[in-house]
Ligand binder design. Structure first.
Ligand code: AHR
Length: 317
């Protein structure tokens, strides 16, 4: 073989999802530990990663932790035993990963964090984090709401899964931006666990306990699914979402755009779950021994309901 042909072959092997450093044609095997299937966003993320891996000829060992952090750690240990080439981890919560990630590193298996971060003393325990800036999303939601309501609102906040990075950061960003507006107050805040059912239940409870002399004028939900559940509760209580209460949420799933077209949801902050190409590019770069950025920030966009009908046909999730 001519020496000049070698780099081309190495590139082709990488592009086909094969390790360039092995003489065998064994496909790359990835362990993908997914947090759960709590929202339309998350099922779109799972699809994006599995489809992209398939198109690159990679083998994926998929483990759905169903929202249970214990199960997620077990999945990582089982990937260790199966000697996967790399791990994609979408962590449920931020904490508790240090010991298992040390075991994974000792086995020389690179870890790519997708969509959510972890809190570890040694950041070298993972290769890169590919995720949105959740603080910026919370700020964008608050800024939009303040502008829409002229700086005055009594807000019900539906938080995401307790201890997860999007719940912590979206609450923080929202509160930081809100501090600029003395007339904007979060009067109730509770976790709805990122699900439609819990969003509905929590909003029902908020409305039951509401002081009629000081009603809510807005809802901030950390994801679209909870907002859609809250909209059901608001309507069941005889109020009009989008009129009596302004509703803003995060994700940009198709269901949110449909609700905006119906006038029930006022705005959504897009947070793309289509992370497959970025995540698998990172895996292939790492396995080829090339450097990857420590952090890849997925950009956000704010869509108010006035733009929903024009945007709906473009939605891919
Ligand atoms: O980590 C991203 C968040 O998790 C999404 O906003 C939410 O819908 C999901 O469950």
């Amino acid at each position: 073989m001519r020496a000049s042909a070698l780099p081309v072959l190495l590139l082709l092997a990488t592009a086909c999802g094969e390790r360039p450093d092995r003489a065998t044609s064994k496909p790359v095997t990835i362990g993908f530990s997914q947090a759960g299937a709590e929202s339309a966003w998350r099922t779109a993320e799972t699809r994006s990663i599995l489809d992209e891996a398939k198109s690159r000829g990679m083998v994926v060992k998929f483990a759905d932790a169903q929202g249970d952090p214990e199960k997620q750690q077990q999945a990582l240990r089982s990937f260790l035993l199966q000697r996967v080439d790399a791990i994609l981890l979408a962590p449920i919560v931020e904490t508790g990963f240090e010991p298992v990630l040390r075991e994974v590193r000792a086995a020389k298996i690179p870890v790519v964090l997708v969509d959510r971060g972890v809190r570890v003393a040694d950041e070298g325990l993972y290769a890169t984090l590919i995720a949105a800036d959740f603080v910026a999303e919370g700020r964008a939601a608050a800024a939009w709401l303040a502008q829409r309501l002229g700086g005055n609102a009594r807000i019900a906040e539906l938080q995401g899964t307790t201890g997860s990075s999007p719940a912590l950061d979206r609450a923080r960003g929202f509160a930081e931006e809100l501090a600029k507006y003395p007339g904007m107050k979060v009067v109730k805040s509770q976790s709805g666990d990122f699900t439609r059912a819990r969003g509905k239940e929590v909003m029902e409870a908020f409305l039951k306990a509401e002081d009629p002399a000081q009603p809510f004028t807005a809802v901030y939900a950390h994801n679209d699914d909870m907002a859609l559940g809250a909209i059901q509760a608001i309507e069941a209580a005889g109020r009009k979402p989008g009129q009596d209460l302004v509703v803003v949420s995060i994700d940009g799933v198709r269901g949110a755009f449909e609700a905006m077209v119906r006038g029930q949801l006022d705005a959504t902050v897009e947070c793309s779950p289509l992370l497959g190409p970025l995540a698998l590019d990172a895996v292939q770069q790492i396995l080829a021994g090339r450097p990857v950025a420590r952090r890849h920030v997925v950009p956000l966009r704010v869509f108010p309901k006035e733009q929903a009908a024009a945007e709906l046909p473009n939605r891919r999730y």
